[in-house]
Every structure is written in C-alpha cells, then in structure tokens.
Design a protein around this ligand. Structure first.
Ligand code: MLT
Length: 411
C-alpha cells in the first residue's frame, strides 16, 4: 500500500474555515429556520465593479473570434497586467518595482501556501501568533515542524506573540530564523505596522539572512495616513522581502481569482554548497512548472480594476466595507466589549466577554444570536479569548448582527 505524507497527520484540526462551515452546517441542520448572518470567513458580498465586468465581457468576446482567441498564456501573467500592476501599485507611488518582478497568480492563499516549496526542507519558520492558518499548515504539511501541543502550537515553529501589549505587532525574535511571515494590515487582528516597525524587520532580515514574506492582501483597507502600504517603502527591503497582493478583497475577486507576488531581482537565498541563488529564478521555475496562468478574461478584469475608473469603483466598495467595520466596532464597543482593528482593515478583533473561551463564544454567538464569527483560537494559541467579525457583509445584515448581539447575548 502506498505510504502517505505523514506530516498531514500532524495537522491539529481541519482547516479553520471548513471546520467553521461544518459546525454551522450541523447547527443549521437542527435549526432550519434560523436566519444566519455570516461574518466569519472574509468573503466579499458586493458585485464586481462595472468596469471590471465590462472588460471581462470584452475579453470573452475576443476569445470567441479567430483574431482574438488565446490559448495558453504566459505563466507569470500577461505583460499588460504585469505592467499595470507595477506602474499603478508601485512606481506611481515612488516604489521601484519592474514589470518582470510581478508574478500573477490565482490568489494570495495559493501564493502564500506555495512559496515555502522553494525553501529548504529544514528551513526554520517564524510566524506571528495569532496568524492566518495557511502559513503554518503548509509548512507542517512540508515537514518543517514536529507535533502540535495542546494549544495547537507546533514544535519547531517559532511563534511571535502578538498581543495587546505590543499592539498586535510583534518585534523580531532574539534567535535567527530563515523565513518570517508577516501580514499587514493584519488578518486576523486588523493591526497595522508603522514604517519604523517594518524597518526593524528589514534590519533583522539583513542582519540574520532571513527572508520576509510580507502579505499585503488587505493593503487597500488602509485609511490612515502614514501607514506603509508596501514593505518596499522601507529602504533595503528589496534585498530581503517578497510581497503578496490580491484582487480578492479590493476588487471583489474571491470567486474570480487573481493575485500576484513581487519577487525583486536582488533577493537571494543560499544553496547547499553556499552559493547565492536569485529567489526570482526559483519562483519563475516553480510557477512555469506547476501553473498555467490566470485566464485571459480574469486578467483583463484585473487590469480594468487598476484603471482610474476601476480604482474609483474599488474605492467605493472598500469604503462600504469600512463603514460596516465602524458599525461593528462602535456597536460592540458600546456593549462594553474591547475591540481592536476595523480602522485600517476589514476585520474587528474583539475580546470575548467574561473571559469566555473563543470556541465557547463562537457557539453562543451562533446558537443565541444566529451570527457566525471566527474564534480567535482558530488563528493560534494567542488568539484564545478573542473572536473576529468580518466587515464583509451587506449593510442591513451587519446592523442586524450588532442588534442581535445586543439583544440576545447577555454580555
Ligand atoms: C479570512 O477570512 O481569513 C480570509 O477570507 C481567508 C482567505 O482569504 O483565504
């Protein structure tokens, strides 16, 4: 009989969001009349921007003609999209990024899960705690950890505690690690890092030889001035960091699928014989071997989201969700709950009332208020005692959720 990858057996629980769906499904089966409001997984609800839809229609029409038909596209993305990204998202903001440093993909979940493949099997990994579970689970699958302890923390992974004292922005560890995952604006806490905070990380990486994997999937949600939108705003970051971006949460592409990573030409890693190897070369090789590119109509839609009109339509959507975040934040705050995030990120991170465990509060929220949230403990041991509500909902549903929490949960 074929041997399996035993590392999968180390995974402490099912992937967080399917696990939540399973629990919600079980509740719904016994309570078929309950009108659930889903503020768990951060999935957008507003339709695609009209400019994006128009560009996609046009691209589909082209594909139906002799002259406009396209077969396999370039694995790393069509030049028109790579250029639009590099120009609009970086160069026009004074950040040096070349078109060929952009690698278009089907989204940040896949990119942030796949990137570990190009690093050594025994690379030492550091992650913030709480953390987006993909970073941890994919490294466990690849064998870079031992077993999980009772809190769900894996032996061999360095956890960087993110708590109220450090504003949910951990500092570099004392020890040297090879790879550090950072996410700002943060999922799940909604925290943002300052330029000084990110500079500390870049200095750490330069000193120790670590590579930073900077997930900026929620960059569009930054509302306050002076908050860095890209790790490359820090001088020297091109030598130590890869950045992840996505059209999912900004242009509403969670179902359509398009994201990208930036791999600067200067970024290098060490081979077993001690020679320096450009990371871009490895990612290019990996992408070309395992990925056949995002479909042409989707890339045309993504490029349309970067036009002036597209950006205005994206902004309207982001503003809508951020108004939701404010309703959740002020609503829960008014009930005496301590809330974080929701200002530069579409997530509100709140303390559970009366010291309730995260999953206990998740159950009460579900059974008493018929509202689905996400238990903080699902993001790591330091998330215990917190829960996350997503601002990705229709306005009336978000208002109703807050009202139900007020009236149905004795806090
Ligand atoms: C979340 O809710 O944390 C995100 O939607 C998950 C994801 O983007 O994969």
């Amino acid at each position: 009989m074929a041997r399996i990858n035993d590392n999968y057996l180390k995974l402490a629980a099912g992937y967080l969001f399917p696990e939540i769906s399973r629990r919600v499904g079980a509740f719904q089966a016994t309570n078929p009349d309950a009108q659930l409001i889903r503020l768990g997984i951060g999935d957008v609800v507003l339709p695609l921007p009209p400019t994006v839809v128009e560009a996609m229609h046009k691209a589909v029409d082209e594909m139906g003609t002799e002259a406009g038909f396209r077969g396999y596209g370039p694995e790393n993305g069509y030049p028109f999209l790579r250029e639009a990204i590099a120009e609009t998202e970086y160069r026009s903001r004074g950040i040096e990024v070349a078109d060929d440093e952009i690698f278009v993909s089907d989204g940040s979940k896949c990119d942030s899960g796949n990137i570990q493949e190009i690093f050594a099997a025994d690379a030492r990994i550091a992650v913030p705690d709480p953390v987006y579970p993909v970073y941890v689970d994919t490294n466990v699958m690849a064998g870079r950890s031992g077993a999980a302890d009772a809190s769900g923390a894996y032996e061999g992974i360095v956890y960087l505690e993110a708590n109220e004292d450090n504003g949910f922005v951990p500092s570099p560890p004392k020890e040297a690690v090879d790879i550090v995952y950072l996410c700002f604006p943060n999922n799940p806490t909604g925290a943002v890092a300052t330029l000084n905070g990110l500079s500390e990380w870049v200095e750490y990486a330069k000193r120790t030889g670590a590579i930073l994997l900077f997930d900026a999937a929620y960059e569009a949600y930054i509302t306050e001035d002076g908050i860095p939108h890209s790790i490359y705003e820090v001088p020297g970051a091109r030598e130590v960091a890869i950045e992840f971006r996505s059209f999912s949460k900004s242009a509403g592409f969670t179902g359509t699928r398009c994201g990208y990573i930036v791999v600067p030409a200067e970024l290098e890693g060490l081979s077993a014989d001690g020679s320096k190897v450009p990371i871009q070369r490895l990612w290019n090789r990996r992408h070309a071997t395992k990925f056949n590119g995002v479909s042409y109509p989707v890339q045309a839609g993504a490029a349309a989201a970067l036009t002036e009109q597209g950006r205005a339509e994206v902004r309207e959507r982001v503003d809508y969700y951020m108004a939701n975040a404010e309703i959740i934040r002020s609503g829960l705050g008014g009930l005496g709950l301590t809330c974080f995030g929701g200002v530069n990120a579409p997530y509100v991170w709140a303390k559970t009332p009366a010291g309730l465990g995260s999953w206990d509060f998740f159950d009460r929220l579900l059974t008493d208020a018929h509202v689905v949230g996400t238990p903080g403990a699902g993001f790591g041991a330091c998330g215990e005692g917190y829960f996350r509500l997503s601002a990705f909902g229709k306005r009336d549903q978000v208002e109703e959720a807050v009202e139900r929490i007020r009236t149905r949960l004795p806090l």
